[in-house]
Ligand binder design. Structure first.
Ligand code: ZN
Length: 215
């Protein structure tokens, strides 16, 4: 039933995208199809992700993801931004990747917050092991670069992992960890409005550079 509803909503959404694309064509003749970006806020609903002292991962991921979408919609023309979950709801990993594949996304960005039993600090961005040297790696490096230079964050670098959303998406895909919710200082930053704004600017500016390199 959930799957059925998911595809119904996908169909409605794709009809809207098609209409939007057709609208563009009529004003700008023979315009290319829009660049489709899927932004995925990790966890949601009864899956809260990691827990900090004063915040939950799912809430931070959603707030940063929303800001990223807003900034990209404002700054980047010709980009169709789709959120896998615009609200606090549970979406399976298969549906997240499935949605990106269904819409023929050009890029998939998953946003998470990190956690560690021991002391740890900093950002890190993951790509699938098979994506080394690909556009995914380029996007991951651009994000980490912005975290350091614009966000003044400590970067733990670009890493590989066989995460389901990276494995099952058929387009360049990254999963970025915006900081450690388990670290008191870092939690304070990533749960703050100022911190979330900064992180969203880093991710959206990295995307703007990626778009210039791969129009
Ligand atoms: Zn997570």
């Amino acid at each position: 039933m959930r799957k059925y509803l998911f595809y119904i909503s996908c169909t409605i959404l794709s009809a809207c995208i098609l209409l939007a694309a057709t609208g563009c064509r009529s004003s700008r003749s023979f315009q290319q199809k829009p660049f489709v970006l899927v932004v995925d806020a990790g966890h949601g609903g009864n899956d809260q992700g990691a827990a900090g002292r004063r915040s939950l991962e799912k809430d931070i991921n959603l707030k940063v993801a929303r800001r990223v979408c807003k900034l990209i919609r404002k700054k980047c023309k010709g980009v169709e931004v789709i959120q896998t979950r615009p609200d606090d709801e549970f979406v399976t990993l298969d549906d997240r990747a499935g949605m990106a594949n269904y819409f023929g996304a050009d890029l998939f960005i998953s946003i998470h917050s990190n956690s560690s039993r021991g002391w740890a600090e900093g950002t890190e961005t993951f790509i699938h092991p098979s994506a080394l040297g690909s556009r995914s790696e380029r996007m991951a490096r651009l994000i980490e670069h912005e975290y350091v230079w614009q966000g003044q964050r400590k970067s733990r670098g670009v890493k590989t992992a066989n995460f389901a959303v990276l494995r099952n998406t058929r387009m360049p895909a990254v999963l970025t960890e915006v900081g450690f919710i388990s670290n008191k200082q870092e939690e304070k930053f990533i749960k703050s409005k100022r911190g979330q704004k900064k992180l969203a600017h880093c991710i959206s500016d990295a995307f703007a550079r990626y778009r210039k390199e791969y129009p």
